[in-house]
Design a protein around this ligand. Structure first.
Ligand code: PEP
Ligand code: MG
Length: 559
């Protein structure tokens, strides 16, 4: 355990693992240009700007073609930003209005940064990428080397305000052992690349600048902590323990079970036949969440009965022959807000996250839900499978009752998602109406904390370890225990090995998330007893802050 008098800074954990090395901060970015005299030859200045932007784009594209996977994708996306006609056109206008090329690049960037920030969500997370493109163009215009991170000659933990894709995509995981940023959210490029490199990563660390270059730190990517100048022996032991856990994860093949033999179904979230077939290659006992709306995002009109039946069949069949299990939980269309469907549109709404979305779309589009249930029933009959069916965004017990009646009429097993605080508070009444519930912690956290799940700025609030969220989950789990009905968790919380133990301790019976997370969760559960999970749940519920909840749960599991 870490000595209590060490300074610990905290952030949002995004990739697990423990690393111990000195801090490296990236070198300074190019200074923003001071106002300068208007260029004499405007056409020549426009050409100078355009050719600098084109060189930057070419270099990024060359690096993209030398990279693979996500790194290649993010580099191509950044290259496309350097070629963006809107951005280039805005800069050109500035030049023609009298700004030198560097000032024009900075002005155009400011315009787009303001626009992206206002749009929020994923767009706001691209601000860092845009500023990176600006800095590269400024360096090119000044004839300086490309800004970015120098390759260290020893192991380091990279600290930064935020990292652009072009910074992160070239990182060598043998040298850069961990990533820590002051900004960024769980979906930022830093997080995506850290996941691909498999190195621990913590983002949104407010007081990061208190830790200077060269300081020895331990980064714990599961706990979201950075211990400054730790006890060296303890730090090495923590790194070794995390390595052992990674080895156990690599060896874990299921089934989901605590060390004392309590079964917990470890399931996968999928969105179509292909992702279901990929999921079936992981050690999962089936599908805990089939997000049907994601298969139809590009459709202008409602898919036909036959098209829908074929899709649902594919997912059921992907697990039909699986030795690990063949459970499939199909969620009816969760259209609206962050997942708009053209054929189930609710028009312009002032606040789509609180508008006609999820099950509410079915009320606004009579027949849509019934046709989907008919297709699911047909797929079940044709495959001989028995999928469970659940509705998203249920707010009241009456909605649960009506939905369950529609589902049971087709001889299917009926459940609802608990992702609105009202549903969590009314869990006993809702469970009385259905056969099972599944907690969508992504939305439950968003609505409990009144914080947009896509906002990087609010990452500290949209953390499922927020004790208020844990309290609601525990209420649902307790209702499930009392009713003796299954309570699953199918939000991203189910991918966090430490939180998984807490959820199981509360009485959650299945955990469904990205299939890649299954082994980590399964291996963590296999190391602990149900009594330890229950102690971890109690300890976490007894706190008032996410970091304290994590620390309390981890301590309870160790003892
Ligand atoms: C959730 O909200 O946790 C959930 C699983 O649903 P989605 O992420 O699709 O909204
Ligand atoms: Mg949801």
């Amino acid at each position: 355990m870490t000595a209590p008098d060490r300074v610990t800074v905290r952030g949002t954990p995004v990739v697990g693992g423990v690393a111990y090395a000195p801090v490296m901060w990236p070198g300074p970015r190019p200074a923003l240009p001071a106002p300068g005299p208007a260029p004499e030859d405007l056409d020549a200045e426009v050409d100078r700007f355009r050719s600098a932007a084109a060189s930057v784009a070419d270099r990024l594209r060359a690096r993209a073609s030398a990279a693979t996977g996500v790194a290649a994708e993010v580099l191509s996306a950044t290259a496309a930003m350097a070629e963006d006609r809107g951005w280039i056109g805005t800069a050109e206008k500035s030049i023609r209005a009298g700004s030198p090329a560097p000032n024009a690049a900075a002005e155009a960037t400011e315009t787009f940064v303001a626009m992206f920030t206002k749009l929020g969500g994923l767009m706001a997370e691209r601000v860092t990428d845009l500023k990176d493109v600006r800095d590269r163009v400024l360096a090119e215009l000044a004839g300086q080397p490309e800004p970015g991170i120098t390759t260290p000659d020893h192991e380091v933990i990279l600290f930064a305000d935020d990292l652009a894709p072009a910074d992160t995509s070239g990182l060598d995981p043998n040298r850069v052992r961990g990533l820590v940023t002051r900004l960024g959210g769980p979906t930022s490029h830093t997080a995506i690349i850290a996941r691909q490199l498999g190195i621990p990563c913590v983002v949104a660390v407010g007081d990061l600048h208190t830790v200077p270059e060269g300081t020895l730190v331990v980064v714990d990517g599961s706990a979201g902590t950075i211990v400054v100048e730790p006890d060296a022996e303890q730090a090495r032991a923590d790194v070794a323990a995390s390595r052992r856990a990674a080895e156990e994860t690599a060896r874990w093949t299921g089934p989901g079970r605590t060390a004392d033999g309590v079964d917990v179904a470890i399931l996968a979230n999928v969105q179509d036949g292909a992702s279901a077939r990929t999921a079936a290659t992981h050690p999962v006992a089936g599908v805990g969440l089939f997000r049907t709306e994601l298969a139809f995002l590009d459709r202008a009109s409602e898919p036909t009965h036959d098209e829908q039946t074929a899709l649902y069949r594919e997912v059921i069949e992907a697990f039909a022959a699986s030795e690990a299990g063949s459970k499939v939980v199909i969620r009816t269309l969760d259209a609206g807000s962050d997942k708009p469907l053209l054929f189930a549109d609710s028009g312009t709404e002032a606040n789509p996250a609180l508008g006609v979305r999820g099950l509410r779309v079915a009320f606004a589009h009579p027949g849509l839900l019934e046709r989907q249930l008919d297709a699911i029933a047909a797929a079940a009959e044709q495959t001989g499978g028995s999928p469970w069916v659940m509705a998203p965004m249920v707010a009241t017990a009456a909605e649960a009752r009506d939905f369950a009646a529609d589902v049971r009429r087709r001889r299917l097993v009926a459940g609802v998602m608990i992702e609105i605080p009202s549903a969590a508070l009314l869990a006993p009444a809702i469970l009385a109406e259905v056969d099972f519930v599944s907690i969508g912690t992504n939305d439950l956290t968003q609505y409990t904390m009144a914080a947009d799940r896509m906002s990087a700025e609010l990452a500290q609030l949209t953390d499922p370890w927020q004790p208020a969220v844990l309290a609601l989950i525990e209420r649902v789990a307790a209702a499930g225990r009392a009713a003796d009905k299954p309570v699953g968790v199918c939000g991203e919380a189910a991918a966090d090995p430490l939180l998984a133990c807490v959820l199981v301790g509360m009485g959650v019976t299945s955990l469904s998330s990205a299939p890649a997370a299954a082994a980590g969760v399964g291996a963590a559960l296999a190391r602990v007893t149900m009594a330890q999970c229950m102690a971890a749940a109690h300890a976490a519920l007894d706190t008032a802050a996410p970091a304290d909840a994590r620390a309390a749960a981890a301590a309870a599991l160790r003892s």
